[in-house]
Design a protein around this ligand. Structure first.
Ligand SMILES: [Zn+2]
Length: 364
């Protein structure tokens, strides 16, 4: 995550949904609730229980299948799943805790599948395709993806059109509202975070595509405190911690992303992980090379306005032009797609590439 954004105001509703999920774990972990009895479930959870059961037409529907999965294992195993859920869900309170581990890492495959099947429908079937209703405490009865995006846009008025991951364009967001909801920790590997406001962030379609992020784990090596090694949506963002380096290559410019302080090994690891999961260097290399063509065309057009033919005058004008473009673009880095990358590129052009640029222009 490069850009700092804020969670939308409807996020307290996520906590009420999490409490509902936790209540179901507690219910399924009680030996006296075996075997599963649909009427007892409805009575226990009241309106929310009846609503939840009705989300699937039969026991084979995803919501009810996930629920019944909890009753296919022992109450003790459900209590393990509950502990994993409660621990992993609160990762955002343990960001600097050197003992914190995602406990899902320790789950046997069978229980991981049960957890996945139970939580996943809260996001896919309810949040994206329907809405939350009748859960105690909900401020927005009917919370769903559309409402979430509306609140996110409201909360981040000055920057919602910029992708927080790659700083590119969140295309069509204004009118058609198509920002993708990214699970930063993929829901396949972190089922407890399948429906967490701390793990969900609207991004551009490229960043959310299976070929870019897919289900890559942001944490490269798990262990106590490994969460220190990653940037995080809302809590730990990277824009002020990275620098971009440019190198001229055939047909364009190679971009490399580095930590501002190479001696800070944790920061270096965070930058490496960010680049690994979102392929930023590769994607930015393509973007900056296209941008150069545009800059060069503009320089050629403006060059004609410089009356002096003295080399020093032309060079001074060139530096001035690039500096003013840098300033203008940098001021817009939070609310204009690619402005951060382009501002850094302008700086590179006048600091390191100026003689080549001058020669190219001079010939023309
Ligand atoms: Zn993006």
């Amino acid at each position: 995550m490069l850009l700092q954004t804020e969670q939308p105001d409807c996020c307290q509703d996520f906590d009420h949904v999490s409490n509902f999920i936790d209540g179901i774990f507690e219910y399924a972990a009680s030996p006296n609730k075996r075997p599963f009895n649909i009427e007892d479930f409805k009575e226990h959870f009241g309106e929310a229980g009846a609503w939840f059961i009705k989300l699937s037409k039969s026991d084979k529907g995803p919501v009810r299948k996930g629920l019944l999965g909890l009753f296919s294992v022992s109450p003790f195993e459900v209590s393990i799943l509950r502990k994993v859920f409660e621990n992993d869900l609160t990762f955002h309170t343990s960001l600097d805790d050197q003992d914190f581990c995602f406990q899902v890492q320790c789950l046997p495959e069978k229980l991981l599948e049960i957890l996945k099947d139970f939580i996943e429908p809260f996001y896919t079937q309810i949040f994206c395709q329907s809405s939350f209703k009748h859960i105690t405490g909900l401020q927005n009865n009917g919370l769903n993806r559309e409402i979430y995006l509306k609140y996110y846009k409201e909360k981040n008025q000055d920057r919602y059109q910029v992708c927080p991951v790659c700083l590119g364009d969140v295309q069509g967001y204004e009118e058609t509202f198509i920002a993708q909801n990214e699970h930063y920790f993929p829901k396949q590997k972190y089922p407890s975070l399948g429906f967490s406001q701390h793990n969900l962030i609207p991004v551009c379609s490229d960043c959310n595509s299976p070929t870019i992020h897919g289900s890559k784990d942001p944490i490269a090596a798990h262990g106590p405190g490994a969460i220190s090694n990653v940037f995080l949506p809302y809590y730990r963002t990277a824009m002020d911690s990275v620098i971009t380096k440019f190198t001229k290559i055939l047909g364009g410019f190679q971009v490399n992303i580095c930590a501002v302080n190479q001696n800070d090994l944790i920061l270096v690891e965070r930058v490496n992980n960010l680049n690994r999961i979102y392929q930023l260097e590769k994607r930015w290399t393509a973007r900056v090379s296209t941008h150069f063509d545009d800059v060069f065309a503009r320089l050629k057009a403006h060059r004609e306005n410089v009356e002096s033919t003295e080399q020093d005058d032309v060079k001074r004008w060139l530096i001035q032009f690039l500096k003013s473009e840098e300033k203008w673009t940098r001021e817009r880095r939070y609310n204009t797609a690619d402005a951060f990358l382009q501002a850094n590129f302008y700086k590179y052009l006048y600091e390191e590439y100026i003689d080549h640029l001058f020669a190219q222009l001079h010939i023309i």
